[in-house]
Design a protein around this ligand. Structure first.
Ligand code: ATP
Length: 253
């Protein structure tokens, strides 16, 4: 998820510094990240094999995912400190549940005055309970949001304080922050594989929010990027560039 989200942010025109860990045989991943425009100095090479996902796509374009953690569990605190040494208070820290050191990262980010965007997937009650107190913007899909509400009811007050963006598949997305609610419709798309749709939406939305664009415009552009992404097979490879997204928006007003 982190790699997909990094690629989406970079293709959306955002400046992104990826902190991660890969196995010895993963030059190709570094190549894809670099080609997308991401900075990769924060990625270490571990002795464990690269973490990966085995993705099953059914005839309705929905997916089931089996995860192998591997090197994703080998991130260390010194690496995070070194990476965050160049961060500014105006930067965002974005994290997911697929890697270790999440709690340490968000604590350091908050000490530096950064904002935290949390993609709380795959669902883990322990992770979400630890990370949500440090989160400014939570981005999840509908199922993950229901899981948080059902399995971590003690987080209800915190959810009411922070910004929450829930993606709703072909029904679009809903952003809420205290009394502010913004609904975004999905664009019509001939979906063939939705794997990575949420990551694409997140990357485009966060890049635009970080640039200071109006929230509604940021989410609209994210919906357009995700509509293109679901019309193509694959995850990272299917994430469009911003020029394609702008053209799509002009053609689908
Ligand atoms: P993933 O399949 O990667 O787990 P997700 O469940 O995290 O995705 P979704 O909520 O399914 O994320 O989709 C994210 C966004 O992608 C939606 O908010 C919507 O804008 C777009 N999207 C998803 N499915 C479709 C579709 N069938 N048609 C058009 N847009 C879609």
């Amino acid at each position: 998820k982190g790699a997909n989200q990094t690629i989406a942010i970079a293709r959306a025109g955002g400046q992104v510094y990826h902190i991660g860990s890969v196995g010895p045989d993963s030059g190709w991943i570094l190549d894809i990240l670099t080609q997308s425009g991401a900075e990769i100095a924060g990625i270490i090479c571990a002795t464990s094999p690269t973490g990966h996902a085995i993705i099953y796509v059914d005839e309705t374009a929905e997916n089931s995912i089996v995860l192998f953690e591997g090197a994703n569990g080998r991130i260390n605190q010194q690496q995070i400190d070194l990476s965050l040494a160049t961060a500014q208070a105006s930067d965002w820290l974005l994290l997911q549940n697929e890697t270790n050191q999440g709690l340490y990262s968000v604590k350091r980010a908050k000490q530096l005055g950064m904002q935290v965007c949390y993609s709380a997937a795959p669902f883990s009650v322990d992770d979400v309970t630890q990370i949500l107190p440090y989160t400014d913007l939570l981005i999840v899909n509908e199922i993950e949001f229901e899981q948080i509400c059902e399995k971590a009811p003690n987080l209800k007050d915190r959810l009411a304080e922070i910004a929450v963006l829930v993606t709703l598949g072909a029904n679009g997305a809903k952003y809420s922050h205290r009394n502010e609610v913004t609904d975004i419709n999905a664009y019509k798309s001939d979906a063939i594989d939705t794997t990575g749709a949420g990551d694409t939406f997140l990357g485009y939305a966060l890049a635009a929010i970080d640039r200071g664009e109006l929230l509604k415009d940021a989410l609209q552009q994210a919906a357009a990027a995700a509509a293109i992404q679901v019309s193509r097979a694959g995850a990272a490879a299917a994430i469009p560039k911003i020029s394609e997204v702008k053209l799509f928006m002009r053609e689908n007003k």
